[in-house]
Design a protein around this ligand. Structure first.
Ligand code: SF4
Length: 291
């Protein structure tokens, strides 16, 4: 208990200009100490609701992440996991998610507001229920790729055991320095999400791209990514497999209240509304492939 209190005192909150980078794997374990309960695989959630993204999806809004992206939109439960949420076992979370899906007539589900791969026992337990459920047809696993990058067996377990899982892996930066600046994590962690992509390719094959997984990146927004950084990111993906670019989902920063707060803390001054975005890489690649 004293140890946990000490960890909470030192817990990384908002990225600032004087930020001391943390190790994302260490932060994952530290966060798990706060938001996961070992004895019954419970995890902290703050809400269950349905939203229009993905054409309608039931969402369990859970607590805790191992990065501190400056453009992140999630609630302040990210910075203060000890203050937010209540514990739900995998079965309880499943019951809430499926009840929400039925209430709103949607057949997709996800865990959002957090990094869902934290609390592995909880996620596996939840997916076991989802896999057996007749109403939920697909579970979209949105991840930053940190835990999938350091553990190929975790990736294998997810894909081998759960046919309903579709992974959306989201990249945050195109160089180690930019990764550190934008996520608060050490630049040495930059490579890990790319390793997660390689792990997925090894486990389920590139031919399952678009059927079981795809990559997203915060790379359409010139306010947060320079052309050089973007080129570096696209090249890294191309080095893994060019087909990843054909389905690359690129994003811009949206002005959520929490995003604005985090950008301000980091000393970043973005202008709204956005005036210009990059041309999506997938458009360029598709055009080239037609020639
Ligand atoms: S954007 Fe995603 S990975 Fe980054 S801090 Fe927010 S929840 Fe975590």
């Amino acid at each position: 208990m004293i140890e946990l209190t000490k960890q909470i005192i030192k817990y990384p909150r908002f990225v600032t200009k004087e930020w001391e980078p943390f190790d994302a794997i260490e932060l994952a374990r530290l966060t798990e100490n706060i938001v996961c309960r070992k004895e019954d695989s419970a995890r902290k959630y703050t809400a269950f609701y349905a939203t229009g993204v993905y054409g309608g999806i039931a969402t369990g809004y859970a607590v805790g992440c191992c990065l501190r992206c400056v453009f992140c939109w999630v609630e302040l439960s990210r910075e203060f996991p000890e203050r937010y949420g209540e514990f739900f076992t995998p079965e309880e979370a499943y019951e809430h998610i499926v009840a929400t899906a039925k209430k709103y007539g949607v057949h997709k589900a996800r865990v959002s507001g957090c990094e869902p791969t934290l609390c592995r026992g909880h996620l596996i337990g939840l997916l076991e229920h989802i896999e057996d459920d007749h109403h939920i047809k697909i579970f979209i696993l949105e991840t930053n790729g940190i835990l999938f990058g350091i553990d190929k067996d975790y990736v294998r377990e997810i894909f081998d055991r759960f046919d309903k899982v579709y992974v959306r892996l989201s990249l945050k930066a195109g160089t180690p320095e930019d990764f550190q600046r934008k996520t608060g994590a050490r630049k040495e962690n930059f490579e890990i999400p790319f390793q997660a992509i390689r792990n997925m390719v090894d486990v389920v094959g590139i031919e399952t791209l678009g059927k079981r997984w795809h990559v997203a990146a915060m790379s359409l927004d010139p306010r947060i990514m320079s052309p050089e950084e973007r080129m570096s990111l696209l090249k890294r993906l191309m080095d893994i497999d060019m087909r990843i670019l054909v389905l690359l989902e690129e994003e811009i920063v949206d002005p959520y209240k929490t995003t604005l707060l985090r950008l301000k803390a980091a000393g970043l001054d973005l202008k709204w509304p956005i005036k210009k975005i990059y041309r999506p890489a997938k458009e360029i690649i598709r055009e080239l492939l037609k020639k």
